[in-house]
Design a binder for this molecule. Structure first.
Ligand SMILES: [Zn+2]
Length: 101
C-alpha cells in the first residue's frame, strides 16, 4: 500500500479518490473526517489517499497530476447557454447536456 496524495482539504481528497476509483484503481482513505478542513494543521493527520496495490501508484499519481494541472491553468468556469449549468473552464462542452461552449 502506498500513499499517493495528501491534502488538508478533504473535499479535494474525496474528489481525487472518486476519480481514481472511476479509473479502476482500488484505493483506501486515511484520516478521512468528512468535514472540509482538518482542524489541527498537522500534515501527518491530513486526509490521504493510498493505493491498495503499489503497482497502481505511478498511474494514480499521473491521474492526480493531470487533474491538478487542469486546476492549475485555471480557465474561468462558464455557464451553459442551454441548461444553465456551471461548467469547469477546461471542458469544451457541458458536462450535463453536451452543448458545445
Ligand atoms: Zn448544458
Amino acid at each position: 500500500m502506498q500513499q499517493v496524495f495528501t491534502h488538508h482539504d478533504s473535499a479535494m481528497v474525496g474528489l481525487l479518490n472518486g476519480i481514481l476509483k472511476e479509473s479502476g484503481i482500488p484505493t483506501l482513505l486515511k484520516n478521512w473526517t468528512g468535514s472540509n478542513i482538518v482542524e489541527i494543521p498537522i500534515p501527518s493527520l491530513y486526509p490521504s489517499i493510498f493505493v491498495m496495490n503499489d503497482a497502481d501508484a505511478p498511474e494514480a499519481r499521473q491521474i492526480i497530476d493531470e487533474y491538478l494541472s487542469h486546476k492549475g491553468n485555471e480557465l474561468p468556469d462558464w455557464t451553459c447557454p442551454a441548461c444553465g449549468s456551471t461548467v469547469d473552464g477546461y471542458l469544451s462542452e457541458c458536462w450535463s447536456c453536451q452543448t458545445e461552449r
